[in-house]
Design a protein around this ligand. Sequence first.
Ligand code: F6P
Length: 325
Amino acid sequence: MAKIKTIGILTSGGDAPGMNAAIRAVTRAGIYNGFDIKAIYRGYDGLITNDIRPFTTENVSGIIGQGGTILKTARSKEFATEEGRKKAHDNLAAAGIDALVVIGGNGSLTGAMKFAQEFDICCIGLPGTIDNDLYGTDNTIGYDTTMNTIVECVDRIRDTAQSHERIFFVEVMGRDAGFLAQNSAIASGAEAAIIPEDSTDVDQLARFMERGIRKSKRSCIVIVSESPKCGAMYYADRVRKEFPDYDVRVSILGHLQRGGRPSARDRILASRTGVGAIEAIMQGQRNIMVGVRNNEVAYVPLSEAIRSDKPFDRKLIKVLDELSI
Ligand code: F6P
């Protein structure tokens, strides 16, 4: 295997708070250890359009506390095609990049895995997504900040919910994963969470209404995982129809959940995994994601990281149920 001299770095998919801290960590640790760093703008699209620029430590000064990603990001349709990946590889080779660090979520790391397999290039993933749905890391970069943002919003919604004695359905992000919904429900003292992982129960709403949520409380908050078919609007409409005397409102938090300054935890996770990525490259590791498990930096093959079955601790459902009486 040829010696790695130049490392490319990109962010891809939905932005997540802490991505900048990760860019900074990879750049600084890379330069500290004698590598050249090249930044690729707009995710995989930038590889295809050849938007590649050399990076120095100055490029990453003062960014640790900024939300979003200074490298911009995209969900590249072209990179999903063989032709697109070939173009990307040609540009990568012309820029002299021998290893690629990809900061992103499930789709982005799937792209990295395919690319690594097709062109025999060293790809290292960092778990950058608010969804926390990557296997092999306890938390993903951005998850903690987003959870705190949701909790702050729900605290505010509770003030108005209690004042008007209303039922609020608050929709949060998470794509197909309920980590954000379940844990933010616990942390904000919500009465229930409706999550994809609980799909064994055909009708989560019926179960929750049967428990007589309004026997002891005049207002309540239900956190709902986003879903194209049965998001917060769907449940609110049903309650309006089935319980016409309830005063129901919906609040879809949307993209405000992805913005904002990263929490200390996300900055530390990004810094540790960024340094871990450079260590992995120096050890000759390839095609892995760097995560943190049980407070230790851990390497997991990309093929495992993208598995859709990140374990969901079902005891969290019990915790919320018991505490919401
Ligand atoms: O993957 C991160 C995420 O925020 C998901 O939770 C959400 O489903 C999706 O991205 C939204 O994507 P977009 O910003 O493209 O609408």
